[in-house]
Design a protein around this ligand. Structure first.
Ligand SMILES: [Zn+2]
Length: 190
């Protein structure tokens, strides 16, 4: 289920990003630009510092955890630092309504991959960090990606689909992001 950010952030239409995954910097910068070109109604900006950031990107080499305001999260036991993937943990107030106030994204520290492949991984995680915790049946929020040339493609994809980037957004993703960030109507489950 999608979870909205706290009202102050939602109304500001901005999420600030602080990158600590230094080997991913080029890909993270490209992913910020790619995300912003998708015009979801939320813009990613660079955070002044780690403490004030809405989203912090962390490099995960083996066991890694991240603590924010007394809560510690990990990427989970199934996270491999050698696989091309990421893991985002959203921190939310477990009240009604649930609202996100912070997100930590873990990126694998021992993976080989092109800058374009890493860009696709980071855009996918940014969309999770923006509140969409489900996956889509096509496009950037497909659950599993395969390598295709120097980019990535949905593990199961339409015959004419091309590798990303450029990022393709599935219908469910577009609907959920509109609901979260541009007061769109509730989306039908895919
Ligand atoms: Zn995902």
């Amino acid at each position: 289920m999608a979870i909205p950010w706290i009202k102050r952030v939602r109304e500001g239409g901005e999420l600030s990003v602080f990158n600590k995954a230094n080997t991913w910097t080029d890909a993270v910068n490209a992913a910020v630009e790619a995300f912003n070109r998708l015009s979801f109604g939320v813009t990613l900006v660079k955070a002044q510092d780690e403490k004030s950031a809405n989203i912090v990107l962390v490099l995960a080499n083996g066991h890694t955890d991240y603590t924010y305001q007394g809560t510690t999260v990990t990427p989970g036991a199934d996270f491999s630092p050698e696989r091309l993937h990421g893991k985002t943990r959203a921190f939310y107030y477990d009240a009604s309504p649930k609202e996100i106030f912070f997100a930590a994204t873990f990126l694998p520290g021992k993976v080989k991959g092109t800058k374009k492949q890493k860009e696709v991984i980071v855009v996918h995680e940014f969309i999770h960090a923006a509140g969409m915790d489900e996956h889509d049946d096509r496009g950037i929020m497909f659950a599993n990606m395969g390598e295709s040339g120097d980019g990535l493609i949905e593990y199961l994809h339409d015959k004419n689909s091309k590798a990303m980037p450029p990022i393709r957004v599935g219908g469910q993703t577009a609907c959920i992001m509109k609901m979260l960030w541009s007061s769109g109507a509730a989306c039908k489950a895919s």
